[in-house]
Write a protein that binds this ligand. Structure first.
Ligand code: UGA
Length: 449
């Protein structure tokens, strides 16, 4: 919404939320304190806020004044009830549809921006149609306009998207939304489909991207077993123009709020529509991802003589990828939990993630390092990499922060307890340098390591 406001100064954009604290944070005069860390977002908000971009808790009034309403609430995986663990929880989407049905005036175009299961638009339409039948002369159309931005590169993705997808059956409404994007997106990149294709394309795009990561991670494990190097294999296959070079980076598995959630949702829908083989096929992408994370924690334990109890391990990176403070489904969570279960003492460093967030994710409060071989795992935040590494038996690199690419391994190695290991799950450290400093090295997908 900030990018739309930035690119279309003649359009009034109001972002509403029921949460006053959240809205206050978006209105914070200090742009470095916006609630989401995303490179370039502060500048965009700085340009548009107060001009044609407002953040407000006046939900009903803003809907009443709007020609177009974007439903952009989250749709997490259900944790209980029908479809628990797979289906998307649509309670917030439905609540929004009902609020719009109540508060809208005149003709309102309702745009699904949230990632939704196929045919959700039908439910939204039904709720809005019921409202249309009162005598207030209102009318509604529903469009699907899924978002393809990735975190960390969101502003660039929005400013120069590969494509914008608009699904719907009312040509006038589609044109109205296409016109907004047309202010900065070339017309040939604005794709029009029916509602169901648009909803399904979003799930499918994420499923294909995640599938590539599981595919390359499966080959990474095979490389380690056979002496091949997954980066060489990725380069060799990526030069085939039909395969392409992107999304072939082996690592600790995909994290983030979308891939796992969207695939599980797809799996749930396939089962619902009587396609168990299709469901099993996509479910295996998630299973391989979970396996990869446990595989890494297992091999750390194995390399450290079969036990990490009481050992200090430095964890570099907790975010699910670089350039974000988001930790949802981060591979670090599963790997750290496994190691805590084994009684390890973790010193965790991340340039953007707070210790409160890590405590929430690990479901254990941070506590100071103890040497006791009590078997109880502990973790503490390290403000610097040196602080994390001092006295450690191993360093695990779990996020590819740029900073971790050029570490001085000679100096860091001197701070560690020997024999010491570097487990580089992102393959960002210079292998020659690590080995030259007398450290043992495991790199994802490196059969010679
Ligand atoms: C993903 C999609 O890339 C976006 O197109 C989509 O809009 C978004 O989900 C969404 O549905 O909201 P995002 O989760 O922000 O975006 O991040 P990605 O860059 O896709 O990375 C996801 C995970 O895959 C990260 O943990 C990343 O480290 C991992 N990854 C990515 C790899 O392990 N290897 C790769 O080659 C690429």
């Amino acid at each position: 919404m900030a990018v739309i406001a930035d690119r279309c100064p003649e359009i009034e954009v109001t972002v509403v939320d029921l949460n006053q604290a959240r809205i206050d944070a978006w209105n914070d005069a200090d742009l470095s304190r916006l609630p989401v860390y995303e490179p370039g977002l502060d500048a965009v908000v700085g340009r548009a806020r107060g001009r044609n971009l407002q953040f407000s808790t006046a939900v009903e009034e803003s809907i009443a004044a709007a020609d177009m309403v974007f439903i952009s609430v989250n749709t997490p995986t259900k944790t209980k009830g029908l479809g628990a663990g797979q289906a998307s929880d649509l309670r917030w989407v439905e609540a929004c549809a009902r609020t719009v049905a109540e508060a809208a005036t005149g003709h309102t175009i309702v745009v699904e921006k949230s990632t939704l299961p196929v045919r959700t638009a039908a439910a939204i339409q039904t709720i809005l149609e019921a409202a249309q039948r009162d005598d207030r002369g209102r009318s509604f159309t529903v469009l699907s306009n899924p978002e393809f931005l990735a975190e960390g590169t969101a502003i660039g993705d929005l400013e120069a998207p590969d494509r914008v997808l608009i699904g719907g059956d009312d040509a006038g409404s589609i044109d109205a939304l296409a016109q907004i994007y047309g202010n900065w997106v070339p017309a040939e990149r604005i794709l029009r489909t029916n509602l169901w294709s648009s909803e399904l394309s979003k799930l499918t795009a994420n499923a294909f991207l995640a599938q590539r990561i599981s595919s390359i991670n499966s080959i990474a494990a095979f490389c380690e077993a056979t002496g091949a190097d997954v980066r060489e294999v990725a380069r060799a296959i990526g030069t085939d123009s039909r395969i392409g070079p992107k999304f072939l980076q082996a690592g600790p598995g995909f994290g983030g709020s979308c891939f796992q959630k969207d695939i599980l949702n797809l799996v749930y829908l396939c089962r619902h529509f009587g396609l168990p083989e299709v469901a099993d096929y996509w479910e295996s992408v998630v299973a391989l991802n979970t396996w990869q994370q446990h595989r890494i924690s297992r091999l750390v334990v194995e390399k450290l003589f079969g036990t990490v109890t009481g050992k200090r391990l430095a964890v570099l990176g907790f975010a699910f990828k670089a350039d974000t403070n988001d930790t949802r489904e981060a591979p670090a969570i599963r790997i750290c939990r496994d190691l805590l279960e084994e009684g390890a003492q973790l010193a965790i460093h991340d340039p953007k993630v707070s210790s409160t967030q890590i405590a929430r994710d690990l479901q254990i409060e941070a506590s100071p390092h103890t040497d006791a071989l009590s078997g109880t795992g502990n973790w503490a935040m390290a403000d610097t990499i040196e602080q994390a590494v001092v006295g450690a038996d191993a360093v695990l690199i779990l996020t590819e922060w740029t900073h971790y690419r050029s570490l001085n391994w000679q100096a860091l190695g001197d701070l560690m307890r020997r024999p010491a290991w570097v487990f580089d799950a992102r393959a960002v450290a210079d292998p020659q340098q690590v080995k030259a400093s007398g450290l043992n090295l495991w790199r994802v997908g490196d059969g010679e390591g």
